[in-house]
Design a protein around this ligand. Structure first.
Ligand SMILES: [Cu+2]
Length: 152
């Protein structure tokens, strides 16, 4: 075999291996939802949600998946009407908030599900998945923070 042919084969091999490596990196980084760190030590898709204190109604889009809600935490202000629109990106999940017992929803895959409530209790409340959704179910939680509106 001629030396130049051998060189060509080596160059093509290196180029193919490099291309395959880059492709597999691209595929693996897009295969799962990207995960970000929240302020409360949790990981989620979007990070932390913080409402504008001047809004009367706060509407939040919060997909759920194994084993995270899109927001690690939701911060709202006392008296605000809160609407959380949810949709499962994989298996059935549920939603409830410790301390806000009236808030409860089943979140089937690919169906829009909403909960609506007035943030009447000030404090920190854990929200959690109510449907066993796999090995990470116990970690499928987040934190609702209801702040008092500062008095003038
Ligand atoms: Cu779940």
């Amino acid at each position: 075999m001629k030396q130049s042919n051998l060189m060509a084969i080596i160059i093509i091999s290196i180029a193919s291996i490099t291309t395959l490596g880059i492709l597999s990196l691209l595929i693996s980084s897009n295969g799962d939802n990207p995960v970000v760190d929240g302020s409360n030590g949790r990981t989620c898709i979007y990070g932390d949600f913080v409402a504008d204190p001047s809004d009367a109604v706060v509407e939040i889009d919060m997909p759920a998946y194994q084993w995270k809600f899109a927001y690690c935490s939701i911060t709202v202000y006392e008296g605000q009407r809160v609407i959380i629109n949810m949709r499962s990106l994989d298996v059935p999940h549920g939603f409830a908030i410790d301390g806000y017992e009236q808030v409860r929803a089943f979140i089937p895959p690919d169906v829009d599900t909403s909960v609506e409530f007035v943030a009447s209790l000030v404090g920190e409340f854990v929200y959690f998945c109510t449907v066993f959704c796999g090995e990470g179910h116990a970690l499928h939680t987040g934190m609702l923070i209801v702040n008092q509106i500062a008095s003038p």
